[in-house]
Write a protein that binds this ligand. Structure first.
Ligand code: BES
Ligand code: MN
Ligand code: ZN
Length: 490
């Protein structure tokens, strides 16, 4: 979808040219582009402030139907995220009632010192790619079409050098949109077995090895916690394994993703207002699957294993109950205090299995785990839990690069007693509602032994009710770019 061009403005033929404009300094070395970038201010209704946008049709002297100008605000304050958003906004404006194409001018002058030309290109490309995506499979009649092709206009000396970078951006963003599509699918079209099959098809194409355990095999492996959660649904649970194993790889990273294809809450049924969005409760699994697949497409030299416990948490006469005691894969018993605290149960079995069978250098899990985390950090920032300081710092560094924000939360030892059970080794909830995200993380920590581990609670940022500059309403694909960035530096 993305290409580089350094054509002269006068020779470019396209439906839409997008020019990001700073509100104080010129951003383009090309004289023609600079001239055009100055034009909209004369119109009097464009100030080049961030988010400001205007278009001109049939621009004189160009073989282009329309020019879209997007404001960037003061050039000195420009950030990679500002560029992603401006690029995304411009691309969405360029959508038409038929599949067209566009050229996006990439700023190459007076940039803040903190932004290298490569970072500017990557940010513009990311915003453009991610904005140019929609799940249209369920619409009988389409009104607006994503662009067929987007060319990024750069200086001639850069076209060759930027090509590998652009390829990498395109592959990671493709991973993000893949995760979004899976998250946006309605729960009736992605019960565990179907979702496993869809992910497997994509993994096959990328050369990732897969293995799937069905309910019988889960029973044989004594995955009692996962099976308990799945017991209320007529769609049996599955555990899907994705393995990117390059030759001669030494280190193994295991990624675990919560894959609840619908979270009704079980017998502790969710009320109206809380249940409607619960098809997104597999966003962790979607992000992990897309990250492993992307790692393979990028030719990453490390072994990366994705473990996806897939299950539907439903209400029925066969459902597990509050008060039940289940034996998890690790051998530890769990008293069920609330059937709606199901994510930690399925992760418990996946984490314990990961430790035992892969002996990984580290484990990272992504999960839409608690509403409490959304209360703490809001809808756009994920909670980060890890007893391992260096791993925590690496995740935070990656999260800064990709602007998939993670904020560290504590795992205080004295809170562990909140999980005490009279009858079993632990309960799956605390006695009250305070510190719910922390209590959940402490629960998970009991299943990783001393393997370096981090838990990212993405209940907030996994989806959005309102479209943003480069993500439509719905699944955001949060975590895919973060994990790809992280896997390269671990
Ligand atoms: N899937 C939910 C968490 C969630 C909430 C995700 C909002 C996305 C948006 C999780 O399984 C859940 O129900 N958690 C409970 C835990 C409680 C019963 C201890 C919660 O957060 O209320
Ligand atoms: Mn739940
Ligand atoms: Zn859930």
């Amino acid at each position: 979808m993305l290409q580089l061009t350094s054509q002269d403005l006068s020779r470019i033929k396209t439906d839409t040219l997008i020019i990001p404009v700073g509100d104080d300094q010129a951003l383009y070395r090309s004289a023609a582009l600079s001239d055009w970038a100055r034009k909209p201010e004369a119109l009097g209704s464009f100030s080049a402030a961030a988010k400001d946008i205007i278009d001109i049709y049939q621009p004189e002297g160009l073989a282009i139907a329309r020019v879209v100008f997007v404001g960037l605000g003061p050039v000195g304050d420009l950030t990679a995220e500002g560029l992603r958003q401006a690029a995304g906004q411009g691309i969405r404006r360029a959508w038409q009632d038929r599949p067209g194409n566009a050229v996006l001018a990439v700023p190459d002058m007076n940039l803040p010192e903190a932004l290298t030309p490569a970072q500017v290109l990557a940010a513009a490309a990311e915003g453009a790619y991610l904005a140019n995506h929609t799940l249209s499979a369920y619409k009988s009649k389409k009104k607006k079409f994503p662009l067929k092709g987007i060319r990024l206009l750069v200086a001639a000396e850069h076209t060759r050098a930027f090509r590998p970078l652009l390829k990498r951006v395109e592959l990671t963003c493709r991973g993000t949109t893949l995760a979004r599509d899976w998250v946006n699918l309605p729960a009736n079209d992605k019960p565990p077995r179907e979702l496993a099959a869809m992910i497997t098809r994509e993994a096959d194409q990328a050369g990732v090895t897969t293995k799937r355990m069905d309910a019988r095999q889960l029973q044989r492996h004594k995955m009692g916690a996962l099976l308990a959660v799945g017991s209320g649904s007529r769609h049996p649970p599955q555990m899907l394994f994705l393995d990117h194993k390059p030759p001669k790889s030494r280190q193994t990273v295991v990624l675990v993703g919560k894959g609840v294809t619908f979270d009704a809450g079980g017998l502790n049924l969710k009320p109206t207002g809380a249940i409607e969005m619960m098809k997104i409760d597999m966003a962790g699994a979607a992000a992990v699957a897309a990250a492993v697949i992307t790692a393979a497409r990028l030719g990453l030299k490390k072994r990366v294993v994705g473990i996806l416990p897939l299950v539907e948490n439903m209400v029925s006469g066969t459902a597990f109950r509050p008060g039940d005691i289940v034996r998890s894969y690790s051998g530890q018993t769990i008293e069920i205090g609330n059937t709606d605290a199901e994510g930690r149960l399925i992760l418990a079995d996946a984490l314990a299995y990961a430790v035992k069978h892969y002996r990984p250098g580290c484990i990272i899990d992504l999960a839409t785990l608690t509403g409490a985390c959304v209360v703490a950090l809001g809808e756009r920032i994920a909670g980060l839990f890890s007893p391992e300081e260096p791993l925590r710092e690496q995740i935070i560094a990656s999260s800064r690069h990709t602007h998939e924000r993670c904020w560290p939360l504590p795992m205080p030892d004295d809170y562990r007693e909140l999980l005490k059970s009279d009858l079993a080794d632990m309960r799956n909830i605390g006695p009250g509602r305070w510190g719910g995200a922390i209590v959940a993380a402490l629960f998970l920590s009991r299943f990783v032994g001393d393997t370096p581990w981090a838990h990212i609670d993405i209940a907030g940022p996994a989806h959005t009710k309102k479209a943003s500059a480069y993500s439509e309403a719905g699944g955001t694909g949060f975590g895919v770019r973060l994990l790809c960035d992280l896997l390269e530096r671990l």
